[in-house]
Unconditional design. Structure first.
Length: 95
């Protein structure tokens, strides 16, 4: 006895595989971005001898000077958080 898989199911599986491939590609893109942001934050931490966590507390409380580096540091920290959250969602979708 043989079973025939309906064409609709085959098309669904093909689309599902294509979606997973696209999501894996996006995951790789996000992984590269996250690694870049982590590297930049590490450089700021070394330069200013302070963790990003402590810097963010001071920056958001208005306890830092208005240096361009501080605004960049803040922006990179927020970008890392956003990209990491999306990366996590993509990882959940492809597992």
């Amino acid at each position: 006895m043989t079973f025939r898989i309906p064409i609709v199911y085959k098309e669904y599986m093909k689309q599902s595989d294509e979606i997973k491939i696209s999501l894996k590609r996006e995951y790789d893109l996000y992984s590269n971005a996250v690694a870049f942001y982590e590297k930049v934050l590490h450089e700021f931490e070394q330069k200013y001898q302070q963790t990003t966590h402590n810097f963010l507390k001071e920056f958001e409380a208005g306890q830092t000077e208005d240096e361009a580096d501080y605004f960049d540091w803040y922006a990179f920290a927020k970008l890392l958080a956003r990209w990491s959250k999306t990366q996590s969602a993509i990882r959940s979708a492809i597992q």
